[in-house]
Design a protein around this ligand. Sequence first.
Ligand code: AMP
Ligand code: FE
Ligand code: FE
Ligand code: ZN
Length: 296
Amino acid sequence: MTPTGSAAAGQARPVIDLHAHSSVSDGTETPAQLVAAAAAAGIDVLAITDHDSVAGWDEAAEAAQQHGVGLVRGIEISCAWRHTSIHLLGYLPAADDRPLLQELARARDSRSTRLERMVERMSADGIPLTYDEVLAQVAPGATPGRPHIADALIANGTLQHRDEAFRSWLADDSPYYVGHYAPDPVRAVELVRAAGGVPVLAHPFTRTRSGVVDDALVGRMREAGLAGLEAYHRDHGPAEVAHATELAERLGLLLTGSSDYHGTGKRNRLGEHTTTPEVLDAIEEASSGATAVLRP
Ligand code: AMP
Ligand code: FE
Ligand code: FE
Ligand code: ZN
C-alpha cells in the first residue's frame, strides 16, 4: 500500500472557485459556456452564483457532468442595507424552497421596473438609449441589472466597456440610479439557512461601494446563521483581507476566495482567487444535503 504521505504529495490540490455568473444574470456566457470556460481554465470545482436566480442550475449541472467539473449550485442575493447594496452568497439551498424562491422572484420583478425607470431618467437627459435596447441584452428569464444597460450602450456604439458606464451613469451615486426591492441581509441569511443552504457574505469590504459594511452587521448576520466571509476577492486589498481574517477568527466564520467571473463583462478571471478543499468540505457539511455538491 502506498503511504498516504507520498500519495498526497503526488496529488495536486483541487482548484475551487466559488463565485461565477452566467447569462442567467449579468455574466456574458450561458451556464454551459461558463462551465466549459471553467474546465478550460483548469477549475476542478466551480460554483454558479447568479444574482437572485437558480435558473442556470440544470444547464450548468449537465455541462459539469460533460466536462468533468465539480459544481456547487448557489445564488448571490442582493440585499439592501443603509442605502447600499450588499451581496450574500447562498450555497446549496433546496431548489424548491418556496419562501426563498418567492423572495428571489420579488427581487427580479422589482429589478425590471427599476431598470425601466433608470432608462427613462437617462434618455430624458439626452443619453441615447431605449428600454427595448436594454431588454434585447437580457436573456429570456434572466435577472436584469445595471450591466444590461451598459451592454445596450455598448451595442448602440455609445460606450466600449461596462466599466465606463459604472464609472459614470451607472454608479451607485449617479442621479440616474434607482434602487430595487431587496431583502435585509439578516433576513436573507435566515432564508438561505431555512432552505438548507450555507450563507457566505460576498466581497464584504468592496471599496467601490458608497456604504461600508460594519462589524456589527456581520455580527448580527452571524447570529442569524452566516457561515463565512469571501475574503479573497479582486475587490479586496491586503487591508480588507486582514480585516476579514480578524473578523472571521473572532466570530468563528469560514474564509472563502473566488473570482466573481462575469465572462467578458468584468475583468475578473476564473480561478484568480480560490477556496481550500477543507473550507468547501465545511460548507458541504453545513448544508442540509437537499442540494449536493456535484462531483464528476
Ligand atoms: P445591479 O445588480 O443592477 O445593482 O448591478 C450590480 C452589478 O453590476 C454587479 O453585480 C456587478 O457584476 C456589476 N458591476 C459593478 N461594477 C461594475 C464594473 N465596473 N464593470 C462591470 N460590471 C460591474
Ligand atoms: Fe454581477
Ligand atoms: Fe457581488
Ligand atoms: Zn457576483
